[in-house]
Design a binder for this molecule. Sequence first.
Ligand SMILES: Cc1cc2nc3c(=O)[nH]c(=O)nc-3n(C[C@H](O)[C@H](O)[C@H](O)COP(=O)(O)O)c2cc1C
Length: 206
Amino acid sequence: MTRDNLNAPLRIAVVIGSVREPRMAGPLAAWLEHELTRIDWLDLDLIDLAAVPLPMHEMQPGGAATSPIAGRLADADGFVFLVPEYNHSFPAPVKNAIDWHFTEWAYKPVAFVAYGASGGIRAVEQLRTVFPELRATTVRESVLLPMAWEHLDAGGRFVPPPGTVEALHTMMTELRTWARALRPVRAESRAESWAGDGAAEPAGRA
Ligand SMILES: Cc1cc2nc3c(=O)[nH]c(=O)nc-3n(C[C@H](O)[C@H](O)[C@H](O)COP(=O)(O)O)c2cc1C
C-alpha cells in the first residue's frame, strides 16, 4: 500500500440510531452533517436506520446478503454512531443493525455522538462492549450532548453549546488516526477469504 493510498480520503458512515418520529435525532443529524461535510479528509455517507428495513426474523449469523446497507457499511473506513440513550442503554434498532452485519464492521474505528438526559454516556459505554466481537475498535473521544432539546433555536435547529464543535473535531481526528492506521489491515483482510463468506457462522466465535 502506497503513501498516497494511506492518505486518500476516508469514507465515514454516520449511522442515525433513533427510528422514532418525532425524534431529536433529526436536528442533531442535520447539525452533524453540516459539520462533517466541512472536513476535507472524509467522504460522508449518512445512513438513517429509520429508512432501512432490517426485519429481525431475517437475521442470520454473520450477516445476510439481502441487507440494503451491507455495501455502504462495507465501503466505509469508519463509523460515527449518532445514538440516544434509552433505559440506560442504546436503542434496539442500533443492536439490530449491528447484528445484521459482520465483516462490514471489521478493522474499522467507531466513534459516538450520544445524547439523552445524561448525555447518552451509558449507551456509549455499552456499545463499547459490543464492537470488539465484530473486530471493530471504539475511539476514546466521544461527544456527549445532555439535554440537547434545550439547545434548539426557534426554527428547531440544534445550536451546539460551547465546546461541542471542538469536542467533535477532537473525536474526528482520533477517528481519522485509527481509520488510517487500520487501512492496511482492512486491505489484507479483504484479500483473504472469510470462512463461509458471511453465509455461515465464522469459526471460533464465542
Ligand atoms: C424509551 C426511552 C427511554 C429513555 N431512557 C433514557 C435514559 O435511560 N437515560 C437518559 O438519559 N435518557 C433517556 N431517554 C431520553 C432520550 O435519550 C431522549 O428523549 C432522546 O432525545 C431520544 O432521542 P430520539 O428522540 O432521537 O429518539 C429515553 C427516551 C426514550 C424514548
